[in-house]
Design a binder for this molecule. Structure first.
Ligand code: PLP
Length: 416
């Protein structure tokens, strides 16, 4: 359970009615529950941390500074994929030793910044990155730890747009290529080849792909070591899924196998320093996107509920056809089957098609569930729509704005 609950037919977060927050802070707005985030942190800590597996939060899922601060306070490291993320984690108080730098197209400038920050490791995805990083490290007189990202060709059995560990995907390198780089590592004297990184996909709801990954890596690392390579680190990536249909479900119910995977990895690969990089599972169920109904319109086929939130706030339905629960904040016994759409001038701007929801009227609020991951971070200002604010409901029930709503004046700031 998260701390989003219905009390007397009204959706609340840590006891505060979401309607009150909507009226006070305006909509659309992301509403986060600190209690839920702390719960998820403690689940991950006991599943992995207590088995000696380092948790590196994949901040691409949510990079709000307050959220990053809580991850840091929990003792988690952080996984970044860009110079912008490096800048943000510095602002959030992480230091180089906490940071792993992934991403499949790091620029020279980003590499230099990360070398100067002395990040703990670079997860490298191609021969061109090895060349560029080696040169940058030489110039700065550094010798960073490098893990090579291997694409194990394992089917994570997830959505095609978020599977990353198949041969046809752009991520990582084939096993033979990784092997070849390890064996010719003297070509890169300014890099310290220390391990293997894999990330097979996202929104994975079964243990088997992870078990397969561990089995694969057991054999692969043994082969590498037999050929003379020395490995100290293995990074298993992220990808643990959440229940988008039941957005306030506890993550231990959705992914009860976290401990099982951790045990298996620790048993089979525990002679290495082990890392995981979860993003979604830590933050998705900690937030809703609160929207208000602008109006209803009908034609001979459909009823459209037009809300003030849009694809610009939550892109996932438009981008992936992803399902997000839509929860009117006041429970009504009546039901209606509707399209819930935003005001943006795109047919693809929708949250649901032909969805049955509790009856709503103009000015009612609707909460879109599982909005804590890949929500705000994917937002845009298309149609000159200001970015929504992020609001944290603190554990004791107080409201804290953790990111202001963008203003129209902000749109002018970068024009010249
Ligand atoms: C390299 C890497 N690590 C970790 C993650 C986090 O995945 P998730 O949010 O599914 O846990 C991603 C997501 O795309 C990724 O590309």
């Amino acid at each position: 359970m998260t701390s989003f609950t219905f009390q007397a037919n009204t959706l609340t977060c840590s006891g505060i009615p979401l309607d009150d927050i909507g009226r006070q802070c305006g909509t659309p707005a992301f509403i986060y529950s600190e209690e839920s985030l702390q719960r998820n942190i403690s689940v991950l800590k006991s599943a992995f941390g207590e088995r000696g597996i380092h948790v590196s939060y994949a901040m691409k899922a949510n990079s709000n500074l307050a959220i990053l601060g809580m991850m840091r306070a929990a003792g988690f490291g952080v996984d970044i994929v860009s110079g912008g993320e490096l800048y943000l984690v510095d602002a959030a108080g992480f230091t180089g030793k906490d940071i792993s730098f992934a991403g499949m197209g790091k620029t020279r400038e980003e590499m230099v910044a990360a070398l100067k920050a002395e990040v703990a490791q670079f997860n490298v995805e191609s021969a061109f990155e090895l060349e560029m990083l080696n040169q940058a490290a030489e110039k700065l007189g550094k010798k960073p730890d490098v893990l090579l990202r291997l694409n194990p060709d394992i089917d994570a059995q997830t959505h095609p747009k978020i599977t990353t560990g198949l041969r046809e995907n752009k991520f990582g390198m084939p096993a033979e290529e990784v092997f070849k780089h390890f064996l010719s590592r003297e070509k890169y004297p300014h890099l310290n080849f220390v391990g293997i990184h894999c990330h097979i996909g996202s929104q994975i709801l079964k243990p088997l792909p992870f078990i397969d990954l561990v089995d694969y890596l057991v054999k692969y690392t043994a082969r590498l070591e037999a050929a003379g390579a020395r490995i100290t680190k293995v990074d298993l990536g992220g990808g643990f899924g959440v229940d988008y249909e039941t957005p306030f479900r506890d993550i231990l119910e959705t992914t009860p196998f976290l401990g099982e995977i951790a045990d298996y990895a620790a048993e089979k690969l525990g002679h290495y320093q082990l890392y995981i990089q979860p993003g979604r599972v830590l933050v998705a169920n900690t937030a809703v996107l609160l929207t208000r109904v602008i109006g209803l319109k009908h034609n001979d086929l459909k009823t459209f509920v037009v809300v003030d939130g849009a694809m610009t706030d939550m892109l996932r339905p438009s981008l992936y056809g992803a399902y997000h629960a839509l929860i009117p904040t006041t429970r009504d016994s009546g039901k209606m089957t509707v399209d819930v759409v935003g005001p943006v001038c795109e047919t693809g701007d929708y949250f649901a098609h032909n969805r049955e929801i509790s009856t709503v009227e103009q000015n009612d609020f609707i909460a879109l569930g599982s909005a804590g991951a890949y929500g705000y971070v994917m937002a845009s200002t298309y149609n000159a729509r200001p970015l929504a604010p992020e609001i944290l409901i603190q554990s004791e029930g107080s409201i804290k704005i953790i990111r202001q709503r963008q203003t129209y004046a902000d749109f002018l700031a970068l024009n010249s």
